[in-house]
Ligand binder design. Structure first.
Ligand code: M6R
Length: 621
């Protein structure tokens, strides 16, 4: 977590850093800071604030922000509480060096004790402060320049880092490095102007040309010169320049009060983008077909798979649970779904033909990244389903399919979930067709229905006002139960996660039939129970589960298929979604749950896009 940004060039650095921090704020927002080398007195000027980037702006107001070189940081606390003193940038003993860091230095306490013995003093409780002190120590002992000292110092460091460091005596140089935490360097051709950031979003408006540093690479950026990249041994490596294409309009609210609401409403359009060019008219039949380049070009390898293991976290894990059902149904391949954080330490059994599917919105989740590295080291073939273009997981995967839903800024994942499910559906259909495990009729019918999903989501979104009104009556609750079966069971989990992360109401998702094995004890008049009871083969059984809750005075909110008179006759709060195939129902049934959690949180006056304790991208263990 944490976002870092740096700039060196001919423009004023401060506005670029602040704007960039706002774009990176999704990565953490408990404190922020920036450092500039002033044009006026050539000294370092550092401003920090506990709280959000806006608080940093207040702290820096009216002060010297004149530099054309600077670094900045927005923090998600790991070591040390959110406070001004723990906020980055951190400064070295002499005050010459200052540094920002994203990641965790695992051996920081050992290094700290050693440095203390050499007379270094520490101001903060962070792991980061040892880095800047260590670099200065190496510099003072070896007499080497900043770039070499960074390289040498990093050889003694265990853990994850993306860092940027500047030296007040050298206002034309910025040094950066990474291991297991992302770092992108934007290059403005010919101008010797550089931007660096934790992802490309703060850079994209200045340049399309990006170098993603690789693990254990050090970037040396000098004003007016070419970027140089070295490994930790000092050998120069090739900086591969990639061209990015980011839709910057996606980085604004566009008239919505919050990113989350905008992203919920984005779904019809971005899901069309996700299918664009992948669901195509066949020249040989009247029906469209799914063509995924990752499946086509790895057909033989994928057909060999006797088992698929899906690894992911959070909402992406819920999408994985739907992916399991899709792949097993259409491809008849056994699928396991593992939390990446458990898989990586579980001594997993990987057979030579296994395929590991990694699902991640950001493409930077530390546990998911480590899980695929573990799987690859044991010979698995890794298929990434990622939103973050050029992200670490996308680069580490053997092949993959981007979900192409545009940047997701709200901490609560919404459009990424539906994008992941659409991609999983397309993979299952394409692979099932290649394997011959799906009937032509079912294949065609599923594609035809999938194409209809964006319009059907629009019909769910038309009920936004009704859901808002309903939500306002449920802010009293301290607990919620979400129940679903089959295809809708992962939706119950996802609905519960959405509610707890932004409204701080405890919520649990359960398979509806499991309720009688324990959770039913919780049901009383104070307990809202959300049933996802769309039409499918278990519909009557879930209606019976509803009766059991009604008998115990539970307050039911039911998500049903349009025209369902039976449930409407039983409960007051009913949200209807259009009819679709059972396997596609999650793409519709999740939408009212996204809106419900959003409106409950807004009604409670909470910060929907930046809920407490969370960060969008979990790049630490
Ligand atoms: O970027 P990823 O999809 O790998 O992130 C995984 C989880 O951290 C993420 O889904 C998290 O649970 C969201 N806040 C859920 O809304």
């Amino acid at each position: 977590m944490c976002g870092i940004i740096g700039y060196i060039g001919s423009r004023k650095a401060y506005p670029i850093l602040i704007k960039g921090l706002h774009r990176l704020e999704y990565r953490g927002y408990d404190s922020a800071g920036c450092a500039l080398i002033s044009e006026e007195d050539s000294d370092l000027h550092i401003y920090k604030a506990k709280g959000k980037v806006a608080d940093l702006e207040s702290a820096a107001k009216g002060k010297d922000c004149s530099g054309t070189i600077g670094i900045a940081h927005t923090r998600w606390a790991t070591h040390g509480v959110p406070s001004e003193v723990n906020a980055h940038p951190h400064v070295s003993e002499t005050g010459n060096l200052t540094l920002v860091h994203n990641g965790i230095i695992e051996n920081y306490s050992t290094l700290r004790e050693q440095l203390k013995k050499h007379g270094y003093h520490f101001q903060s409780e962070t792991d980061t402060e040892v880095l800047v002190q260590l670099i200065e120590y190496v510099m003072s002992k070896t007499g080497e320049d900043l770039a070499t000292s960074v390289r040498v110092a990093l050889k003694s460091v265990f853990g994850a880092y993306a860092i940027a460091v500047i030296d007040r005596r050298h206002p034309d140089m910025l040094v950066c490095a990474r291991r297991s935490s992302p770092l992108a360097i934007g290059i403005v051709d010919g101008d010797g102007e550089f931007f660096l950031a934790s992802d490309a979003s703060p850079i994209a408006e200045y340049t399309k040309h990006i170098v993603y540093l690789k693990d254990e690479e050090v970037g040396v950026i000098e004003r007016g010169k070419h970027l140089k990249v070295y490994d930790l041994n000092g050998a120069e490596t090739e900086a591969e320049v990639k061209e990015i294409d980011l839709d910057l309009s996606m980085l604004d609210h566009e008239g919505f009060p919050h990113f989350m609401l905008k992203e919920i409403f984005d779904q019809p359009n971005v899901l069309k983008d996700c299918m664009q060019g992948r669901i195509v008219e066949s020249p040989y039949s009247h029906s469209p077909q799914v063509i995924l380049s990752a499946v086509t070009s790895n057909r033989r390898r994928l057909l060999r798979a006797r088992r698929i293991v899906i690894v992911s976290c959070g909402t992406s894990w819920h999408a994985g649970l739907i992916g399991k059902q899709l792949l097993e149904h259409f491809c008849r391949i056994p699928v396991e779904v593992a939390y990446a954080s458990e898989f990586r330490y579980s001594d997993p059994v990987i057979e030579p033909d296994d395929v590991v599917v990694a699902i991640s919105q950001s493409g930077e989740t530390a546990d998911t990244l480590a899980a695929i590295q573990q799987a690859k080291s044991q010979g698995a073939f890794v298929y990434g389903i990622v939103n973050g273009v050029g992200s670490s997981i996308a680069r580490e995967s053997d092949t993959g399919t981007y979900i192409h839903v545009g940047p997701e800024i709200g901490v609560a994942s919404t459009k990424a979930f539906t994008g992941q499910v659409v991609v999983l559906t397309m993979i299952a259909l394409a692979l099932g067709m290649a394997k011959g495990t799906v009937e032509q009729d079912e294949y065609e019918q599923t594609i035809r229905e999938l194409i209809q999903i964006p319009e059907k989501i629009n019909r769910v979104l038309e009920q936004n006002d009704k859901i808002k009104q309903l939500a306002s009556r449920f802010t009293f609750a301290h607990n919620f139960l979400y129940l679903g079966r089959g295809w809708n069971y992962p939706v119950a989990l996802e609905g519960a996660l959405k509610l707890k992360e932004i409204s701080y109401i405890h919520a649990e998702g359960y398979p509806a039939a499991e309720m009688k094995h324990g959770p039913i004890a919780l049901v009383d008049a104070e307990m809202p129970v959300v049933f996802i009871a769309t039409h499918h083969k278990l519909y009557q059984k879930i209606v019976s589960n509803m009766q059991e809750v009604i008998s115990r005075h539970g307050r039911i909110i039911a998500i049903v298929t349009e025209g369902d008179e039976q449930v409407k006759g039983m409960v007051e709060d009913v949200i209807e979604i259009p009819e679709t195939l059972a396997c596609l129902a999650p793409l519709l049934s999740v939408v009212p749950l996204q809106l419900l959690s959003y409106h409950v949180a807004v009604a409670k006056g909470l910060d929907v896009d930046q809920p407490r304790n969370l960060a969008k991208s979990v790049t630490v263990e």
